[in-house]
Design a protein around this ligand. Structure first.
Ligand code: PFF
Length: 466
């Protein structure tokens, strides 16, 4: 099976696909709010340090594991290590599965807003909070109903993903990213020009370049760590799958640096769009406020911009491309596993898994407001708690599965498969790697310790990552 394994048709195709996986809702939706809370410029510096120290080595590791094993997320660990190591891949599959359940639904809401701004912008502007909650089944008079519209759009979003995946790695995933990623950059630049030329945006811009080390706490660093992992798509083993389609000729170090640069650039640009725009329109205290920030507060921002409707459509199109290219990578990782491990047909596996994830995701959308279903959570500070099911899904992936899988990858690469094997994979075909010594220390000691700290702090001290 491995011999006729799919391959990226070009270097740029691979880079855009991996960057497409990384650049997602995390960059545009979550990053600006976190950067604001973390002190603006100071957060940017900390974030950059985390990307360089942990993001780059971990991404390189995942890609190398994938390319060396030529296998899916789970198979890679038994092939290069031992059957016992497969748990790392299983955590990745389960985590990716749960993320896709809700990610696809938020993608559906974004699609709803693209149409909303095209056809019904005055209604959004008239009552942005009401419009958002109405979509989720919570009506102004206090009554609730099942959010059929939001679920319908989520189904459409999932269908687009399924079509891309069924078409295959080269003619589906790669081609889609080759169009989607440049489109995303173009939209980002248009919005950047709009945001920084708004009267009153200066103050926001200044905030984003000001260093205020007095505001930095341990929480700031943890927030940057969690954000960087999520944003770079590491710790879900998804990049193992993308690495397994990579030719031996490609330079993994160079590609990793480019992908991380692109992802960080998009996050920073999103910060430089949203923070100044919010400062200039609805006021600084609104940045990143509430779960519906991208839908509720931003509507007020667009409303006050000349050309509000056009920029609203462009912004949600941008979010849509970002969400699609990330969701595609999550599903590809799961489908590659199912087809290789169980011999399922690609088409059947894709349709089956997408339908199941969509249905579970309905619980995410429904428990936003319409259904009172609870999950269960436990940590040393709060004890046993019963968060809304939608929050539970995010806690489960962000606080547990991503750090656990990332820790597993570090232990695997640092102590079982060994840094020498990663370095050998990176330097095969004569590629130079001058940082091998630094890499060894980072992957063996620094990265696992940092990730362990995330786990201990979030379960033991109640310091949250999300
Ligand atoms: N990196 C994506 C984002 O920033 O939205 C989300 C994501 C995609 C996380 C794929 C994990 C993953 F494996």
């Amino acid at each position: 099976m491995e011999n006729n394994r799919a391959q990226w048709s070009s270097k740029i195709g691979f880079i855009l696909a991996a960057a497409g996986s990384a650049v997602g809702l995390g960059n545009i939706w979550k990053f600006p709010g976190r950067a604001y809370e973390g002190g603006g410029g100071t957060f940017l510096v900390i974030y950059l340090a985390v990307v360089i120290l942990l993001g780059i080595p971990l991404m390189m590791t995942e890609l190398s594991i994938g390319r060396a094993s030529q296998a899916n997320i789970v198979g890679a660990f038994s092939k290069l290590g031992h059957k016992k190591c497969e748990w790392i891949g299983w955590i990745g599959v389960v985590g990716a599965f749960v993320i896709t359940c809700y990610y696809s639904h938020v993608g559906g809401w974004v699609l709803r807003y693209v149409f909303g701004y095209l056809t019904d912008a005055p209604a959004i502007f008239a009552d942005s909070t009401g419009y958002f909650y109405n979509m989720l089944g919570y009506h102004g008079d206090g009554t609730t109903s099942l959010p059929w519209v939001a679920m319908g759009f989520a189904a459409a979003f999932m269908a687009i993903n399924a079509i891309v995946i069924i078409r295959g790695v080269e003619s589906g995933v790669e081609k889609f990213n080759k169009v989607g990623m440049p489109a995303l950059f173009l939209l980002l630049l248009i919005l950047l020009v709009r945001a920084v030329t708004l009267p009153g945006s200066r103050e926001g811009l200044r905030y984003m370049v000001t260093m205020d080390w007095g505001r930095v706490s341990f929480q700031t660093v943890l927030s940057a760590l969690g954000q960087a992992f999520y944003s770079l798509s590491i710790g879900m083993a998804i990049l193992i799958t993308y690495g397994s389609y990579l030719s031996k000729k490609e330079n993994i170090v160079k590609s990793t640096v480019i992908i991380c640069l692109m992802d960080t650039l998009v996050a920073f640009l999103a910060g430089f769009i949203i923070v100044p725009a919010v400062f200039a329109t609805v006021g600084r205290d609104q940045v990143g406020k509430g779960g519906g920030f991208a839908f509720v507060s931003l509507a007020k921002v667009f409303e006050q911009m000349p050309g509000s409707r056009v920029f609203g459509v462009l912004f949600y199109l941008l979010l849509l491309f970002a969400a699609l290219t990330s969701c595609v990578s999550l599903i590809e990782g799961i489908v590659a596993f199912l087809t290789e491990r169980f011999g399922w047909q690609r088409k059947g596996a894709t349709i089956g898994v997408c339908v199941v994830m969509f249905l579970i995701g309905c619980l995410y959308t429904c428990t936003q407001a319409a259904l009172p279903l609870k999950g269960i959570w436990v940590d040393a500070v709060g004890g046993v708690t019963y968060p809304a099911f939608c929050d539970f899904m995010e806690f489960f992936t962000d606080r547990l599965m991503i750090p656990l899988c990332a820790l597993g990858c570090c232990i695997f690469a640092g102590w079982i498969w060994k840094p020498e094997s990663v370095i050998a994979e990176i330097t095969c075909e004569g590629v130079g790697f001058g940082w091998a010594g630094v890499y060894r220390v980072l992957i063996r000691y620094v990265a696992p310790l940092a990730i362990l700290t995330i786990l201990v702090m979030s379960f033991g001290a109640g310091v949250t990552l999300s």
